[in-house]
Design a protein around this ligand. Structure first.
Ligand code: URA
Length: 194
């Protein structure tokens, strides 16, 4: 993982390196069965080089503690795009194509059982990879699908993005329901493998 981390930190493959403060490779437990994938770093992540440390990150930490009953450092947290797009604009298709090999390299190393996609961009990326129909996050959240990777089949669990719940309070209960479902999924999948 250190190798991927170094590559990300020094990456100049797209123009985002010109405006970033720090690239944000991702962090957490590289032996985890769960990888959470956000969209791209925001302002605080760009200043610190760490994923999900701003307001959305605080909410994510609460959801992980409350519903999964674990701490954030028990899972691996990363993003689809590792550098902040200026003014937090959406990442472009080009940026996603250029950066996503880092995410796939992280996943191939960790070999998780579940990938939790936070928001529409990471969800769409994995829908395309799985060749399942692209559905909006409002339709597909909470409904897992599968991708086949070189090390095996991985369940992908689409969830709302925590930032969406901060901007639109009515989505907070949807996000909480996603994490309740996720917690059930994790406990049933660990029972079936033990
Ligand atoms: N939003 C994201 O998608 N990722 C972060 O790291 C922070 C906010």
């Amino acid at each position: 993982m250190q190798d991927i981390r170094n590559q990300v930190i020094n990456c100049k493959k797209c123009h985002l390196h010109k405006t970033r403060t720090y690239a944000v490779p991702g962090e957490g437990n590289t032996n985890s069965e769960i990888v959470l994938v956000g969209e791209a770093p925001g302002a605080k992540e760009d200043r610190t080089g760490r994923p999900f440390v701003g307001a959305a990150g605080q909410l994510l930490d609460e959801l992980i503690q409350r519903y999964l009953r674990i701490e954030r450092d028990s899972v691996f947290i990363t993003n689809l795009v590792k550098c902040r797009p200026p003014n937090n604009r959406d990442p472009s298709e080009d940026e996603i194509v250029t950066c996503s090999p880092y995410l796939l390299a992280q996943i191939n190393l960790i070999k998780p059982k579940i990938i939790v996609t936070l928001g529409r961009h990471s969800t769409r990326f994995f829908q395309n990879l799985a060749k399942v129909e692209e559905e909006s996050i409002s339709k597909c959240h909470g409904k897992p699908f599968y991708i086949n990777l070189s090390f095996g089949t991985v369940r992908v669990f689409p969830s709302y993005h925590p930032a969406a719940a901060l901007y639109n309070r009515s989505l907070k209960s949807e996000l909480e329901k996603d994490f309740q479902l996720l917690s059930r999924l994790i406990s049933t999948s660990s029972k079936s493998t033990t």
